[in-house]
Ligand binder design. Sequence first.
Ligand code: GDP
Length: 196
Amino acid sequence: KAHFLISAPDIRHLDKHLPVETGIEVAFAGRSNAGKSSALNRLTRQNSLARTSKTPGRTQLINVFEVEEGKRLIDLPGYGFAKVPLEMKLKWQKSLGEYLQERESLKGLVVLMDIRHPFKELDQQLIFWAIDAGIPVLALLTKADKLKQGARKATLLKMRAEAKNFEGDVQVELFSSLKGLGVDVLERKIAQWYGE
Ligand code: GDP
């Protein structure tokens, strides 16, 4: 059912085109290549709803998908490109912080992290901002199929322990778009945030 609604070049434009008072939204964020597009496509059962920018550093858009009237998924641009100029990075971080603080319709944040490189600095920063803004976080350890069962489980337990340091509502789960692992947890969490 999910379909593309609008794109915005930045948070300010998003506010203009999509007033904060209307509806409920859940945002998806992650370092580029973390598996965000794959997760969105898997979640919505559509192969090409979300597409990755294959050009690192190119200006990326915020894409808004509507699941049903008043219920939206927000695909935030991937972060962590090494080649992006510092000024652009800082600008993006600032607006992301503002978005989490000010966007009243935002009820939850999904942070996608490659299971082999979890909780990098920018991921942590983002989670701190979300907690600060009172927004619950679902941290997905993506591409879990890349690790063997034992290592996967060990990483999950370790990351759950680490997530306690945030002192906020941060739930950590395994995820694999490829194998469909964790999709049910993601669906349930979003339904909860949507108030279903
Ligand atoms: P994005 O930049 O965060 O949107 O990442 P993509 O969804 O485009 O995924 C980046 C790369 O990781 C692509 O080559 C995907 O095929 C791969 N990938 C994404 N999800 C999975 C997964 O669950 N398992 C495996 N093995 N690879 C994945």
